[in-house]
Design a protein around this ligand. Structure first.
Ligand code: PMP
Length: 417
């Protein structure tokens, strides 16, 4: 080998990379790695207490009895369960999904349910069928990072709407709609997470729900209600879904990721009739059909297991961890920090004293063996640098205590800099 050969090889690699970059569609500019993904490898080192990821805690799942269910599914229904299925999803499961949604006051027909590969896929598909480049989507400030990823991938512009401890603020919604529409821009939908918000940890007050729906209907704007945590209220409370109050103007997204098993990737959309047809077509072009085997398994699980009892167990697991986090925050965080007190779900939203930038602080926190997600990840506009999301879903209560203790130390050091 001559000494020029490695140089030539690296020049030709660079040329081929340039060629690929120039071939990408314009929309890929909006596809960037989320801060959470970038954090994943450091945060999963055993010495780091990760308060960053939102992984469900599967410690309470009855693995042995599920193993039996999987074996029976293969033996009894393998020929169909291993086969392609309908693009809209297995009919029996769609029927059962309507029963799950009935717990939140929703009355729906199985024909209007579209099973998807997790609710993430439903989010992506809804955005794909509604958004042209430059369309405006309204989302709470902060909002779910995976939704923001889909919106920017389809080149929609996200306009954030303020929340307080009772969720989305109706006056702020009205003002955002008026100002976007006055500027001649088209708002395609409001994306909202009414219950146990990711990442804010707050719930939309029931007294605000009708008003939010009314404002959207008056402005001709569809509502996308994303509700993966709705059954995880720590006091067994279940709030009425927005979809239960307005069947015409709401697309409801649900998921078995938090109530059963996220790895199965089974979620759904419940859409007004006209929207449902396009959703099925778009979904079919992306995946042909959602995974048949997993749908059969979820369906059998719902009919043979005490799934409501299992949801109760999940609530207990998360409630214990929420309590551990709130008491650790009280104990270890310096003055000037404030945080939300979630009554369900996975997350606390923390605001730190002025002058601290949570994104800049993160490498120092990792050095002190604690990880979180900076608030900037949950905004499309660079805001959120005084906030962070803390997840209490996965670590043990002891690890949560220790993680928050370390975080308190890092914040104290920042204040003394
Ligand atoms: N929406 C929200 C608010 C979420 O927190 C998540 C998962 N973290 C999803 C949607 C996607 O869930 P899945 O695709 O697993 O159903």
């Amino acid at each position: 080998m001559t000494s020029q050969e490695p140089q030539q090889a690296s020049r030709s690699r660079a040329r081929s990379l340039d060629a690929h970059l120039s071939r990408y569609a314009a929309r890929t500019a909006g596809m960037t790695a989320s801060e959470i993904r970038a954090l994943f490898s450091v945060a999963s080192r055993p010495e780091v207490v990760s308060l960053a990821g939102g992984m469900p805690n599967l410690s309470a799942l009855p693995m042995e009895s599920l193993a039996g269910e999987v074996a029976r599914l293969v033996a009894d229904e393998g020929q169909v369960a291993f086969q392609y299925g309908s693009a809209q999803g297995v009919p029996e499961l769609r029927e059962q999904i309507t029963e799950v949604m009935a717990l939140e006051g929703i009355s729906a027909h199985p024909d209007d349910v579209v099973v998807t590969v997790g609710s993430q896929m439903a989010l992506d598909t809804v955005t794909r069928i509604f958004c042209d480049p430059g369309d405006v989507v309204l989302a709470e400030a902060p909002s779910y990072v995976g939704a923001l990823g889909s919106f920017t991938a389809y080149q929609a512009e996200v306009v954030h709407v303020a929340m307080d401890e009772a969720g989305l603020i109706p006056e702020a919604l009205r003002a955002a709609l008026d100002s976007v529409q006055a500027a001649g821009r088209r708002v395609k939908f409001l994306y909202t997470i009414p219950n146990f918000h990711n990442p804010a940890g707050v719930t939309l007050a029931v007294s605000r729900r009708a008003e939010v729906l009314d404002i959207c209907a008056r402005h001709g704007v569809l509502v996308i209600e994303d509700n993966p945590y709705g059954l995880l209220g720590f006091d067994d409370q279940i709030y009425p879904a927005l979809r239960s109050m307005d069947a015409e103007n709401v697309v409801y997204l649900g998921s078995f990721s938090k109530t059963f098993a996220s790895g199965l990737r089974v979620g759904w959309a419940l859409a007004p009739h006209a929207v449902r047809e396009k959703l099925v077509l778009a979904s079919e072009s992306a995946t042909l059909c959602p995974p048949t085997f997993n749908q059969f398994l979820v369906s059998r699980y719902l009919s043979t297991h005490d799934w409501k009892g299992q949801v109760k167990k999940y609530r207990e697991v998360y409630r214990e961890r929420r309590d551990a986090m709130l008491s650790a925050l009280e104990q270890h965080l310096p003055d000037g920090c404030t945080w939300t007190r979630p009554d369900g779900g996975f997350y606390v939203w923390l605001t730190v004293p002025e002058g601290i930038d949570t994104k800049a602080m993160l490498p120092r926190a990792i050095t002190q063996r604690v990880a979180y997600v900076s608030g900037t990840a949950f905004h499309a506009n660079g805001f959120g640098s005084r906030q962070m999301r803390l997840s209490f879903c996965y670590p043990t209560p002891e690890r949560i205590q220790e993680g928050v203790r370390r975080l308190g130390g890092v914040l104290q050091d920042e204040l003394e800099l």
